[in-house]
Design a binder for this molecule. Sequence first.
Ligand code: FAD
Length: 453
Amino acid sequence: MPERPQVVIVGAGFGGLSAAKRLEREPVDVILIDQHNYHTFQPLLYQVATSGLNPADVGYATRGMFRRQQRVFFRKGKVTGVDWTTQQVLLKYEEPIAFDYLIIAAGSSTNFFGVPGADDYAFPLYGLEDSIRLRNHILSLFEAADSVPELLDEGVLNFVIVGGGPTGVEVAGAMAELVDNVLAQDFHDLDVHRARIILVEQASKLLGGFSPKSSDYALRTLQQRGVEVWLETAVRSITPDHITLADDTVVATRTLVWAAGVRASDLAGDIEATQGRGGRITVNADLSIPGYPNAFAIGDVADISDGKGDGKGRLPQLAQVAIQGGKHAGDQVVRTIERRPRSDFSYFDKGIMATIGRRAAVAELPQGPKLTGPIAWVAWLLLHLVYLLGARNKVSVFVNWAWNYFTWDRGPRLILRPEVLPHTPHPHADGPDEDAQAKAARAAAGGAEPAGR
Ligand SMILES: Cc1cc2nc3c(=O)[nH]c(=O)nc-3n(C[C@H](O)[C@H](O)[C@H](O)COP(=O)(O)OP(=O)(O)OC[C@H]3O[C@@H](n4cnc5c(N)ncnc54)[C@H](O)[C@@H]3O)c2cc1C
């Protein structure tokens, strides 16, 4: 073992960063690996997708966070597995990296639950690229409808969001505001009010993990804002221009936003560890991986008991679980080095919240009040500003929010990579490259453009 033990952390999300922060002043070398060179603040991705924020507002360059920490090193790379015998992390293109301690914080990815067509045509919202792609697509559809109004009859402005959890509710509310407050002004010669926003949820209520009061409030508020909420409704299949529901209803749409479920990052299946619910890595009470005492899994990728009742309950995939887990795993590394006994992870529940849009949110504190309306909305805004990384990002988000609030406008509604509508000449095709791109995309999808996966 080298003089300074080497701690490798896979994933620079909430969990990985928290672990690295915990260890940055300890007598260890930390190597933080991520496939992206930035951290993504996932809770605000939907605002990028709906033109409320700039992509750079919710991403933060990881190297910048540790520029003053000489013993924290960042490596950009995709981890493909772990060689437990030689204690090395395997990377897709680079040389393996040795570790004395390993913390896996690789997060999760979209779960399409095998719904046919979802993988090809649904729009997930998990990374920064997803949100930019969705923004491009939404704005492109409005441009297309403006040029070819007959497309309205084909449901080109029908936007379907699947999943009535916090993400689905937030997307639906933000879409309604974008259409009613902003695009209706921008496209004054288009009958924008024919746009439909449909939120589809399999269960009988929205916001499953919240109280009935919050669920009812979210439902009522969305409906007042023009969102159609279809409860006890499941999507059976998805094509480029329509979806089919479980009861055979066909809905014309070019946009299905998938906010219905997550599963553990693929890495969980690549490391020879036991997997629990949603493919997550099973962990011991101290968050170590069974059979590998010097390796830990934290955050979304870990299947962590909530420590209550029969022990079958699991902690939710939330930022706070990852942040607290990262700190705990860092603590365990230090305790092990100092030959002190390890401790069990205990999650401190700070509550849950979701916003529905302007002056409307729900916030629930454990054993505390259940807030709805403007108070919850202000609490939501403040909390997200506090947890957002980087002073520049905080200022930029604050300015954007203030601008949006007082002007009813949205800044960044730019189509940065034009999407081309299936079966339709692109209204603003301005060169052979774009035409060729459109043809290639249609050919690849048997005549229709794939949703950019
Ligand atoms: C749209 C959306 C909205 C959300 N809103 C909220 C909210 O309001 N409140 C809340 O508490 N939670 C929210 N969440 C959940 C929250 O973001 C997650 O629980 C949290 O990000 C988990 O942190 P993590 O560190 O486990 O994973 P992540 O933050 O996802 O980080 C994982 C990191 O690992 C990297 N990675 C993955 N695989 C590899 C690999 N093979 N090699 C290298 N790097 C890899 C990824 O690039 C990523 O940077 C939301 C999630 C989404 C998607």
